[in-house]
Design a protein around this ligand. Structure first.
Ligand SMILES: Nc1nc2c(ncn2[C@@H]2O[C@H](COP(=O)(O)OP(=O)(O)O)[C@@H](O)[C@H]2O)c(=O)[nH]1
Ligand SMILES: *[C@@H]1O[C@H](CO)[C@@H](O)[C@H](O)[C@H]1NC(C)=O
Ligand SMILES: [Mg+2]
Length: 383
């Protein structure tokens, strides 16, 4: 390499040195400028990498169901964006589960166990009384009325998943479940969408709860609010909140509306906030996760509706999704070549509603509010 020989070499190094000095001065000024003006949402940061993951509470026995979910998540979204999966279980995952699921994605997969403090009875719960309450709900024909594990699951999803050490490094999550379908190609980063638009809670389906599972939940939240005015003072005003989504009478009672939490794209910071932790711990002390059957969906939905501003919610219309009998399939024509679902199956569809009404006649004994779809309440609450 003749070029580096002789007298030229010192000049090359000197020029490189000068360029380096200039660059570091520039960096210094850029950093001090951003920190001094607190420009968190500058255009530069819009593309900053996300700390986000899929979170999957699942049993070993649901391996086939989670395998199809992961395949669809990968093909519609994650093969392009490479977010890690965090699998959680109240038992150890089997090597079969780990090998099969990790082979379905090139992204990182992590497997964690949920300990007894996050999945079990607090010592103040009267388990004899809890058993009596379960058999009562079962006699009323309420789904999972008699299930003990379902209650542990709901309590875990309400108050603990975001505190599992494996989630510590993340700021946003997408909750996925076994035996669901994802129908639409998503070609943008949903997590960046959330962060860059100041969104904290994203959903696809909103629905009515069986009121027999949450008879005292609303009053308990209201008691918390009254007893903790310093917490409530940090919450948005009624007008700015989404309270009209969860209440039809300006907050007197709960209307049963909730976002379906089997799909959630949300901020972990929301649940890790001192205000939510305090609220959860208050709810937990009252025993309703065991003496009633408080679901994580009404708990998350009521809390978010009171704690967040309405502009912090996002309806993911573009994510076609099915859980059990209910499908959200976007109806706009631009989705036809992006989605493999039939918009006629969307739960807002009229024909389906008639079918639902007929089904409801057969199950009239269940305290099941009408109408079952809460999307209209969401729209109304935004105004
Ligand atoms: N590891 C574990 N996961 C559970 C248990 N119960 C429910 N889950 C998971 O929690 C989520 C919700 O449970 P699921 O039975 O689908 O309830 P549903 O969607 O309300 O009908 C799913 O991801 C399940 O795999 C349990 O006892 N152990
Ligand atoms: C627990 O509940 C049972 C059944 O309702 C009741 O008989 C018992 O007195 C309760 N125990 C305590 C310590 O409160
Ligand atoms: Mg489910």
């Amino acid at each position: 390499m003749r070029w580096f020989s002789g007298k030229v070499t010192p000049y090359v190094f000197m020029t490189a040195g000068i360029i380096l000095v200039i660059m570091s001065i520039q960096t210094f000024f850029t950093i001090s400028h951003t920190t001094s003006t607190q420009e968190v949402m500058s255009p530069m940061s819009d593309n900053a990498p996300m700390k986000a993951c899929f979170v999957v509470l699942v049993r070993n026995s649901e391996l086939d169901g989670i395998a199809t979910t992961i395949r669809e998540i990968e093909s519609t979204f994650n093969s392009k964006f490479d977010y890690p999966y965090v699998f959680l279980n109240d038992e150890e995952f089997t090597s079969e589960f780990i090998e099969t699921t990790s082979a379905l994605t090139k992204s990182v997969t992590k497997y964690g166990k949920v300990d007894n403090q996050m999945w079990g009875y607090p010592n103040y719960i009267n388990q004899t009384y809890a058993a009596e309450c379960r058999s009562q709900l079962q006699q009323q024909g309420i789904p999972y009325g008699d299930s003990e594990s379902y209650r542990h699951m709901c309590r875990f999803q309400s108050g603990f998943f975001f505190r599992h050490p494996m989630l510590d490094e993340y700021d946003y999550y997408w909750r996925i479940e076994p035996y669901v379908n994802y129908y639409c190609d998503i070609d943008y980063d949903v997590f960046k969408y959330m962060r860059n638009n100041g969104k904290k809670y994203g959903f696809t389906i909103a629905f009515r709860e069986y009121m027999a599972t949450v008879p005292t939940l609303w009053q308990t939240v209201m008691n918390f609010r009254k007893e903790n005015p310093e917490v409530a003072s940090r919450w948005p005003t009624k007008k700015d909140s989404l309270i009209n989504f969860v209440s039809d009478n300006n907050g007197d009672s709960y209307n049963g509306c909730h976002f379906w939490t089997n799909f959630e794209i949300a901020s972990l910071e929301l649940w890790r906030s001192n205000d939510y932790l305090k609220l959860f711990s208050y709810l937990d002390q009252q025993g309703g996760f065991f003496y009633e059957r408080w679901g994580d969906a009404p708990v998350h939905s009521i809390a978010a509706s009171l704690m967040l501003r309405k502009d912090e919610f996002h309806f993911f219309n573009d994510i076609g999704y099915r859980h059990t009998a209910y499908t959200h399939c976007p109806r706009e024509p631009e989705f036809r070549d992006k989605c493999s679902c039939d918009p006629a199956s969307d739960m807002g569809n009229v024909k389906i509603s008639i079918m639902k009404n007929m089904l409801r006649l057969l199950t009239l004994l269940i305290d099941y509010n009408d109408p079952i779809n809460c999307f209209a309440e969401f729209k109304k609450a935004l105004n």
